[in-house]
Design a protein around this ligand. Structure first.
Ligand code: GLN
Length: 179
């Protein structure tokens, strides 16, 4: 199994490390040539969705990535990566998202909470979004303080928080099992 990690901007190296700990091969995607390599899944990291959106278009990656996901390529988006999959961006997931939902000042925090099918895990939020609305095909996997912070639709998995910044490999393992 080989996982592509989108590396235009943001916390991609940390995701690659998590995969390495799980013994899963991965490579970084910075342009169309990288994208054309064989992959069994894609990770879209956290960062800044505005910047990521601009670069994804500049590199002509927007349409190929969107098509691949619609055609069933498993994808895992964290934080800005979650935003990238929503209706306003790649529009592959039936979710509406509130960006910087926790405010700019107190926007970063750590907690531990339940994620369906996984159990209690560490959750690091950094200027995080949360999911405001979900369509019929979306399964809610975690709710923290009344807000949806993890969800799944088919082979698409998203978290508002950053599982790659803590020691637990459980969320990445969950994604690998989905594939
Ligand atoms: N605030 C960022 C955005 O709106 C997301 C933050 C993150 O990925 N840690 O894109």
């Amino acid at each position: 199994m080989v996982i592509a990690v989108l590396a235009l901007q943001g916390a991609f190296a940390e995701h690659q490390q998590m995969l390495q700990h799980l013994g899963v091969e991965s490579f970084l995607v910075r342009n169309l040539e990288d994208w054309e390599r064989h992959k069994d899944g894609l990770i879209i990291p956290g960062g800044e969705s505005t910047a990521m959106m601009r670069i994804i278009k500049d590199e002509n990656l927007f349409d190929p990535i969107r098509e691949a996901i619609i055609n069933g390529l498993p994808v895992f988006g964290t934080c800005a990566g979650l935003i990238m999959l929503d209706k306003e961006h790649l529009n592959t997931m039936d979710i509406t998202v509130k960006r910087n939902a926790y405010g700019r000042q107190l926007g970063s925090f750590y907690t531990e909470d339940e994620m369906k099918g996984i159990g209690k895990i560490p959750m690091t939020f950094i200027r995080a979004p949360y999911i405001e609305g979900v369509g019929d095909g979306v399964e809610v996997l975690s709710v923290v303080d009344g807000h949806i912070v993890a969800a799944k639709q088919g082979k698409q998995l998203v978290t508002s928080f950053h599982p790659e910044l803590n020691d637990s490999l459980k969320v990445h393992e969950h994604f690998i099992k989905m594939i």
